[in-house]
Design a protein around this ligand. Structure first.
Ligand SMILES: NC(=O)c1ccc[n+]([C@@H]2O[C@H](COP(=O)([O-])OP(=O)(O)OC[C@H]3O[C@@H](n4cnc5c(N)ncnc54)[C@H](O)[C@@H]3O)[C@@H](O)[C@H]2O)c1
Length: 421
C-alpha cells in the first residue's frame, strides 16, 4: 500500500519506519525542510529511539521510505493517510490546534476518493468528527463515510521503545462509520502486525486514550497524597506502597516532584474541556502540579532560607533517559526556588547549555559540583553511572523521585530528603 504519515516527530517517524518494515511504501510528510532533507540522506534525528536508525536505513535501501514537505502531493498518491502532528495546550490549558489544523488543510487539499484517513494524535472527545471532518470535506469537496473513510486510532507508545510498543500494545481503532473502522483494523493488522482492538466509533477511541492517561495521572496523584500523609506521620511511603502493592488488586504508582511530558499532564485537560463530571481529574491535576512547591517548601524547612543558596536541579527532561522537556517538573521546581531567590542552575547531560538557556533557565556547566543542595528530577543513566559519590559535595539531596539509596547518601555525610520518606 502507499501510506502517507503526516508529522515525522518522535512518534510519527518510528511509526512510518514500522510501516515500511512491514512492506508498505511510505511517504513521510513534515513542514521541517531540514528534517526532510536529513531523512532523505542518511539521518536519524532520534538516536535514542531503539531500532529506528536501522529501520530507516532498511526502508530507504528497499525504496520504501521517502520524506517530503509536500503533504498535498503525498496525500494525493496515498491509499492511507495517518496524521500524527502534536496537539499541545496553552497557559489556560486550552488546546492549541494550529499545527493540526494546518495538517488537516493540507490533507484535505490532496484528498482523493477512496482514501482512508486516520488521526492518531490524542484529541478531546469528538474532535475527529466535529472539527476535522468538516474541514477535510470542505477542502476536498468529498464526503466522509461515502467518498473517503475517517478513523481515530490513538498512539499508545513510550518514547525510546516505540517500535517495540507498536507491536506489543493492541491498536485501538474507532471509525466514523463501522465500515471505516473495519478497514482501519485490517490496515493496522497488515501494516503493523499488531493486535487490533476495534471499538464502536471514533469517540470511544478518543475517550479511551484520555481515560488511560488520566488514570495514570490520578494514580500518581494518589501516590503523592499518600506521600504527604507519610511525611506528616513520619512513615516511609515507599515501604507503604511496596507493602500495599503485594496485594494483587493494588497498583499504586510512585510519588514525585510532579508529572511532566506532553501526555499525562495534558490529556486530563482534554477530558475536562468536554462534557461530563471531571471533579477527580481536576483534583489530580491540582495535586500533581502542587508537588514541586511542596518539595521546595520541605527543602526550605530543612535548610532554612534558600536566598542566595546554590541549588542544582538534575535533569531538565521530564523523565530519565529521554531528551524531552515538554511540561517538565523542572520548570515548577525552578519557579519555586526562584520565588525564594535561590541561585538555581539546571544540569542535564542530554541538553546543551544553549538549549537549557533557551528555556530561560541557568545551565550548570558540570556535575558533580559543590553546591548547597541538589534536587533530583530525572535520574538519567549518566547520573546512575556516576555512583553515589557524585553527591559528596552537596549539602542536601532532595531526591524528587525516591530513586537514590537513602543510607548510602547519608553515609557521605549528606542530608537526604525524599518525597514521603
Ligand atoms: N512522544 C510521546 O511519547 C507520545 C506518546 C504517545 C502518543 N503521542 C502522540 O503523538 C503526537 C505527536 O508527538 P511527537 O512526540 O511525535 O511530536 P514531535 O513534537 O516530536 O513531532 C511533531 C512533528 O510534527 C511536525 N509538524 C508540525 N506541524 C506539521 C504540519 N502541519 N504538517 C506536517 N508536519 C507537522 C513537526 O515539524 C514535528 O516534526 C502527540 O501529540 C501525542 O498525541 C506521543
Amino acid at each position: 500500500m502507499n501510506v502517507c504519515v503526516v508529522g515525522l516527530g518522535k512518534v510519527g517517524l518510528p511509526l512510518a519506519a514500522a510501516f515500511a518494515q512491514q512492506g508498505e511504501r511510505v511517504t513521510g510528510c513534515d513542514i521541517n525542510a531540514a528534517l526532510v532533507d536529513d531523512l532523505n540522506g542518511e539521518g536519524c534525528p532520534f538516536p535514542n529511539e531503539e531500532g529506528l536508525a536501522g529501520a530507516l536505513a532498511e526502508g530507504r535501501k528497499a525504496g520504501r521510505f521517502l520524506a517530503t514537505t509536500d503533504t498535498k502531493a503525498a496525500v494525493a498518491a496515498a491509499e492511507v493517510v495517518v496524521i500524527i502532528v502534536p496537539l499541545l495546550i496553552d497557559e489556560e490549558h486550552r488546546p492549541i490546534y494550529r499545527a493540526l489544523d494546518a495538517a488537516t488543510e493540507a490533507v484535505g487539499d490532496g484528498l482523493r476518493p477512496g482514501t482512508l484517513v486516520i488521526y492518531e494524535t490524542s484529541l478531546p472527545v469528538g474532535t475527529t468528527r466535529g472539527r476535522f471532518r468538516p474541514e477535510l470535506e470542505r477542502r476536498s469537496g468529498l464526503s466522509a463515510g461515502k467518498d473517503f473513510d475517517l478513523v481515530y486510532s490513538p498512539e499508545r507508545v513510550y518514547s525510546g521503545r516505540v517500535l517495540v510498543d507498536l507491536k506489543r500494545y493492541p491498536k485501538v481503532v474507532g471509525g466514523m462509520t463501522p465500515a471505516a473502522g473495519e478497514r482501519a483494523a485490517a490496515f493496522y493488522r497488515q501494516a503493523l502486525g499488531a493486535e487490533v482492538r476495534a471499538v464502536r466509533d471514533a469517540e470511544t477511541a478518543e475517550f479511551s486514550k484520555l481515560a488511560e492517561t488520566t488514570y495514570r495521572d490520578l494514580n500518581i496523584a494518589f501516590a503523592n497524597e499518600l506521600a504527604l500523609t507519610a511525611d506528616a506521620l513520619g512513615v516511609d511511603v515507599t515501604e507503604v506502597i511496596a507493602a500495599a502493592n503485594s496485594q494483587p488488586f493494588s497498583h499504586i504508582h510512585q510519588p514525585g516532584v510532579g508529572v511532566g511530558g506532553h501526555c499525562i499532564p495534558v490529556y486530563p485537560h482534554f477530558l475536562m474541556a468536554g462534557e461530563g463530571s471531571h471533579r477527580l481529574a481536576g483534583a489530580g491535576r491540582v495535586i500533581n502540579d502542587g508537588m514541586a512547591e511542596y518539595a521546595i517548601a520541605r527543602l526550605e524547612g530543612a535548610m532554612g532560607p534558600l536566598a542566595g543558596r546554590t541549588i542544582i536541579v538534575l535533569g531538565l527532561a521530564y523523565r530519565p533517559d529521554v531528551k524531552e522537556a515538554a511540561y517538565s517538573s523542572t520548570l515548577g521546581l525552578v519557579r519555586a526556588l526562584e520565588s525564594r531567590r535561590a541561585d538555581v542552575r539546571v544540569h542535564d547531560p542530554l541538553f546543551s547549555a544553549e538549549e537549557i538557556a533557551a528555556l530561560g533557565l541557568t545551565p550548570q556547566g558540570e556535575f558533580p559540583a559543590p553546591c548547597d543542595a541538589v534536587v533530583v528530577q530525572a535520574l538519567h543513566r549518566q547520573y546512575r553511572d556516576m555512583g553515589i559519590g557524585a553527591f559528596q559535595g552537596c549539602g542536601v539531596v532532595l531526591d524528587g523521585r525516591n530513586a537514590l539509596p537513602r543510607e548510602e547518601v547519608e553515609r557521605l555525610g549528606v542530608r537526604y530528603l525524599g518525597i514521603g520518606r
